[in-house]
Write a protein of this length. Structure first.
Length: 485
């Protein structure tokens, strides 16, 4: 019996040992792959995206001042799109506190002179006497001043205009206008003169020289040959008949020269005495040797071969002796802020300077993209730049409001999309779709406010959208992936 128990115990021990050897090893915990988070590139559009979120939050458009320039403003809208308002020259200036303010050429008296409230250039007008009636200073020591040959009376001031009554003789006023980027000076003849006229204006310059351009305009050129200030061909015009009964405004060039003797430079203007004496000339007459800073790219060209003031489109044949005359307007906007953007809509707006008094049936005004280089103060009918019909925009002026101050719009979406995608922006040309032949004794003029005038300026409004935001990228490290050597 003892033997049987001993054997049974041995079998139990053996069975227990065998059972222990059959248990599997504990499962190993799989390794957790390491994950690499790649640095997120800096988003150059971060201020725009923040503004877009703020617009959604406020449910109204908000300005994006971080994207402002002197020639453009940007607005973010609640629906996610942006609008850039571009101009043909400086329209605002950044202040010392970082804010932006619109240029304001309204004249104020300060320290014995007249100055604009806020302008791009350092312009000041005389309060009378024998000092220069206007002087202007730019950066880098460039100065320009004009004097009058006789002592000036104290001016009458209204807004941005100073009028020196009878400065050029009885019934002839010197009128000086402050502009956002410079100034303009005219002689206004309120009465028909009794004889020939000549105006001699002493010129003072520092760091530049006053010259005549090939097209007959005026240019202030630095020692390195850079144009720092310019003006189109001096001209004069009579008093346009608001009702249009007397035909279109009469205009002609003013004989101009720049005389230099030693250190003295004189700008000489000689209005045509026959034109002034012509009974067809309606007074007052404005003699306009416009001078502005060379920061706007705009001019009008007139057949057969001349340049004239900007913003003028038209045609006329007042008398058989004058023949046909055609006007086209050239201008440019700063589209640098929308380079590379996805443009969805673009509209150009121009404001009428005068009432429209003539419009022929089936007439149109076309905006065409300029494809070759041009310089405003050296452009005339004979050397006008080339244009293309690609992106051409057309309006019917006969169905639009005609009073001065009316705003006319052109759809420039296709044209602006080309500029945004890299096509060189050389501006655009406005011309009539029906220019010639002009019926006898007929004229139609469309005059618009220009950038240089400083108010009601041309504007290009561009709607665009941002690309999707760059996401944060994560990926499993290569050395943590099993099964791949």
């Amino acid at each position: 019996m003892a033997t049987v128990l001993t054997v049974a115990a041995s079998l139990l021990v053996a069975g227990a040992a065998g059972s222990a050897q059959a248990d599997p090893k504990p499962a190993e915990t799989p390794a957790v792959p390491s994950v690499t988070t790649f640095p997120r590139p800096e988003d150059p559009d971060a201020p725009l995206r923040a503004a877009s979120e703020e617009a959604k939050k406020q449910n109204k458009p908000v300005p994006v001042e971080a994207a402002f320039t002197e020639t453009s403003r940007v607005w973010a809208y609640p629906d996610g799109h942006f609008t850039t308002q571009s101009y043909g020259g400086p329209a605002q200036l950044k202040q010392a506190d970082g804010s932006w303010a619109w240029l304001d050429p309204t004249l104020v008296e300060q320290d014995g002179i007249l100055k604009p409230k806020l302008a791009k250039a350092g312009v000041q007008f005389s309060l009378g006497g024998d000092k220069p009636f206007v002087s202007m200073e730019r950066s880098k020591g460039q100065k320009f001043a004009l004097s009058w040959p006789t002592e000036l009376p104290r001016p009458e001031v209204s807004g941005n205009v100073a009028r020196y009554v009878d400065a050029a003789g009885k019934g002839a006023d010197l009128v000086v206008t402050a502009l956002p980027t410079g100034f303009q000076h005219d002689v206004v003849l309120r009465e028909r003169p009794t004889g020939p006229l000549e105006f001699r204006l002493p010129v003072e310059t520092t760091g530049a020289e006053l010259t005549l351009t090939k097209s007959g305009g005026l240019s202030l050129v630095s020692p390195k040959g850079k144009t720092v200030m310019s003006a189109p061909t001096p001209r004069m015009w009579d008093n346009a008949d608001p009702a249009g009964a007397g035909g279109p405004r009469r205009e002609t060039k003013v004989k101009t020269s720049v005389e230099t003797a030693g250190d003295q430079t004189v700008l000489v203007l000689k209005p045509d005495p026959k034109w002034l004496a012509d009974p067809a000339t309606r007074y007052p007459v404005t003699v306009d040797p416009t001078t502005t800073l060379g920061v706007t790219q705009e001019i009008s060209i007139r057949s057969p071969n001349r340049g004239t003031g900007p913003g003028w489109v038209g045609r006329w044949s007042a008398t058989p002796s004058t023949g046909e005359t055609i006007n086209r307007a050239l201008m440019a906007f700063d589209t640098t802020p929308i380079a590379g953007r996805q443009v969805v809509k673009s509209t150009m707006q121009l404001t009428l300077l005068y009432d429209v008094v003539g419009c022929s049936q089936y007439q149109g005004i076309a905006a065409q993209r300029i494809t070759s280089a041009w310089v405003a103060n050296n452009t005339s009918w004979a050397n006008q730049p080339s244009v293309t019909g690609e992106g051409r925009s057309l309006i019917d002026p006969c169905v639009l409001p005609r009073p001065k101050g009316s705003v006319w719009s052109w759809d420039l979406t296709t044209m602006t999309q080309l500029w945004a995608s890299g096509t060189p922006n050389r501006g655009l040309m406005l011309s009539l779709t029906s220019e010639s032949p002009v019926p006898k004794n007929y004229g139609e003029d469309f005059l618009f406010w220009s950038q240089g005038m400083g108010q009601n300026v041309p504007k290009l409004s561009v709607d665009w959208v941002l690309p999707p935001e760059i996401p944060t990228v994560t990926a499993e490290s290569i050395d943590s992936i099993s099964g791949n050597d």
